[in-house]
Design a protein around this ligand. Structure first.
Ligand code: AMP
Ligand code: MG
Length: 351
């Protein structure tokens, strides 16, 4: 299929009309799928009410059918049609963090969205993205949009239209190009259907920020213990992986350099993902700086771009430094651990 590409200035003016966004919305009404920028990563949107449209998302991404999708809305009035009830704590979170990178799980209203969206669950995930183009596309179409990240399943999420094109050209109706995304990692997913809200996936809004609004929040125990079944179906899949095997290296740069030297002596091409503080300490075939350990927002912003950039060199193995797990660092380390398939090497054995 031909994939249209429309460029739109990120700062859309609500009082103007954008033919590119109108055209993208008309494709959505024809039950086609269209990629669009959000403040986290690029999304692959389709009419959440249509089985035909939603099936096309799963087909284009190669996404397993048991991994439910997040529904994107542009106003809280759309929420009433989709959810059975709005718990008090969910309302507080919406008031504070929407529009923004927080996805909330609600009990769903039966029949409100395609069963493919929710993968047969009786709950539904919703978010209002904080990006003028995303909001304009949703409101112009008048549809709730089911939208996972616009990458092939298993690959790093796209933080630029170019990444979407690399993965999905010819497989989707169009791409709205609004430039690079901001946050760089996906939304935080929080389940508000029980008494105490539970974070199912760390993301753009940190646990600390959530606690400052609702005081008590749990973290799904499967995030720390791989033996346990995650409450969010998507969390069980390997994800975000570059082409070459990735290992997380927990130790000093001098030690990691000895490991790199060993691999290179075996004739392997080695990549290193390092912080700005330490990138110049390494000697390897490709060294990518993903930002300062003292500014984790910078690391989140460049994480997927860097993981994809390794694919441009034919590497045999990649090592990544680790990052503090505070604030958005929890999301960074969650994505890196998944990209590495939970493979770590450590300078010192843990007690
Ligand atoms: P993605 O669309 O790739 O950002 O992934 C969406 C994430 O939200 C996945 O981890 C899904 O499993 C999760 N998710 C979506 N809907 C639900 C739901 N109803 N209950 C629990 N997790 C959900
Ligand atoms: Mg994804």
């Amino acid at each position: 299929m031909k994939t249209e590409r429309w460029s739109v200035d990120k700062d859309v003016d609500k009082n103007k009309s954008y033919p590119q966004i109108k055209e993208a919305a008309s494709f959505l009404h024809k039950n086609e799928v269209v990629a669009f920028p959000t403040e986290t990563v690029y999304g692959l949107g389709a009419n959440a009410k249509s089985d035909e449209a939603v099936a096309k998302i799963f087909a284009a991404k190669g996404r397993p059918a048991d991994n439910p999708l997040i529904v994107h809305i542009s106003s809280t009035s759309q929420l009433q049609d989709i959810v059975a009830s709005i718990p008090e704590k969910a309302r507080k979170l919406m008031d504070h963090f929407w529009p923004g990178p927080l996805t909330i799980i609600f009990q769903k209203k039966q029949g409100a969205v395609s069963d493919l969206v929710t993968a047969g669950l009786d709950t539904v995930a919703l978010r209002m993205p904080d990006h003028p183009i995303a909001l304009e596309l949703i409101s112009t179409s008048g549809l709730p949009l089911a939208a996972p990240s616009a990458n092939r399943s298993g690959k790093p999420s796209p933080t630029a239209a170019e990444h979407v094109a690399n993965d999905l050209m010819g497989k989707i109706a169009g791409i709205l190009d609004g430039g690079p995304t901001g946050v760089g990692v996906e939304s935080t997913v929080i389940d508000c259907t029980g008494t105490t809200p539970i974070i199912l996936r760390p993301g753009g809004v940190s646990k600390e920020e959530i606690e400052s609004i609702i005081y008590q929040v749990e973290v799904d125990s499967s995030l720390k213990n791989q033996e346990q079944k995650p409450k969010s179906p998507g969390m069980k899949y390997k994800h975000y992986a570059p082409a070459a095997p990735l290992f997380l290296a927990d130790g000093e740069p001098e030690w990691l350099q000895t490991v790199i030297n060993e691999k290179r002596n075996q004739g392997l091409k080695v990549g290193v993902m390092a912080s700005s503080e330490t990138a110049s300490d390494y000697d390897a075939d490709m060294i990518l700086d993903c930002g300062s350990k003292a500014n984790l927002n910078e690391v989140a912003h460049s994480l997927y771009h860097v993981l994809r950039a390794f694919d441009e060199a034919q590497l045999d193995i990649i090592f990544s430094e680790t990052f503090p797990e505070t604030g958005v660092g929890a999301a960074i380390m969650n994505r890196l651990d998944k990209a590495a398939g939970h493979n770590w090497i450590r300078q010192k054995a843990r007690p």
